[in-house]
Design a protein around this ligand. Structure first.
Ligand code: ATP
Length: 261
């Protein structure tokens, strides 16, 4: 019996939201990011983990364009952005939070979000399929999404750490990103607020169909949220797999024996 070949006119596959190919960064003779290759599908939630100094923030700096790689390539939605400046990547829908706060402390929550919305980049250079995943949201919708609408008149500087993190997320969403890099969003947040913040990040990713890469040390949070773990060690990508698979990887276990992730 003969078997028919698969149809040759199959649907074209959408480009991954993010493709890193042999991405490297060396400085002062030290290799900080070492030939990292990963393909992140649109809508995926990736947790980037690894001990202090593994290269996680350096990887984010490369993806967002703050530092220029010494090797390899970066594609956003299939477009090579390796030599592009940060603002150009922002226009393409890349958004990032930092370990330090970026809110205007003297302004109200609402004023902060209004300012971010005014700075929203135009959509004409976007290359992702969902051209405006979170774009077009008004201040009220953004504040509702991060569960901060009841605090809209409050002065940002007086917010709890958890609410400040939500506001930073709101500022990001007001710019309509499609790929979000979150660098330790739980840092400084009280144990009581971690659950709420986790739920907000989850809701943002699900409801806005954003692709998220998040550096975080709270493993209990990550194992629930992440589709895949990207485990970094000495600048290399040690494992890139579903959480249970990555954690069971002998290389990961050997590398982290006695170390806290
Ligand atoms: N501009 C730089 N010049 C020289 N070395 C650097 C520079 N930036 C980072 N490094 C070094 O690169 C390594 C990785 O740093 P990086 O901040 O990326 O790690 P990390 O995994 O984010 O750590 P943490 O969890 O502490 O934030 C560290 O050893 C750091 O000292």
């Amino acid at each position: 019996m003969s078997v028919s070949p698969p149809p040759s006119h199959s649907e074209p596959q959408a480009a991954p939201a993010l493709t890193l190919t042999d991405l490297s960064w060396s400085v002062g003779g030290a290799t900080i990011v070492d030939r990292v290759t990963m393909h992140v599908a649109t809508g995926e939630f990736i947790a980037v983990i690894g001990p202090n100094g593994a290269g996680k923030t350096s990887l984010f700096n490369l993806v967002s364009g703050l530092t220029r790689p010494t090797g390899g390539r970066i594609l956003l939605g299939g477009t090579d952005v390796t030599t592009e400046r940060p603002y150009q990547r922002t226009r393409r829908g890349l958004g990032r939070t930092f370990q330090t706060s970026s809110v205007f402390a003297d302004l109200s929550v609402e004023e902060n979000v209004d300012l971010a919305a005014q700075a929203r980049a135009g959509g004409s250079h976007r290359f992702w399929r969902r051209a405006a995943a979170a774009g077009g949201l008004g201040t009220t919708e953004v504040l509702e999404l991060v569960r901060l609408d009841h605090r809209r008149a409050a002065t940002a500087g007086g917010l709890s750490h958890g609410d400040k993190r939500k506001l930073e997320l709101a500022l990001l969403l007001a710019r309509g990103p499609e790929l979000i890099l979150l660098d330790e969003p739980m840092a400084g947040v009280s144990a009581g607020e971690v659950g709420e913040l986790t739920a907000v990040i989850h809701a943002v990713q699900r409801e806005r169909h954003c692709t998220v890469l998040m550096v975080e040390h709270h493993m209990e949070v990550l194992l629930d949220m992440a589709d895949r773990l990207a485990v970094m060690h000495h600048g290399e990508l040690l494992a890139f797999a579903a959480p249970e698979t990555a954690m069971a990887d002998p290389d990961v276990q050997a590398a982290y024996l006695g170390e806290s992730l």
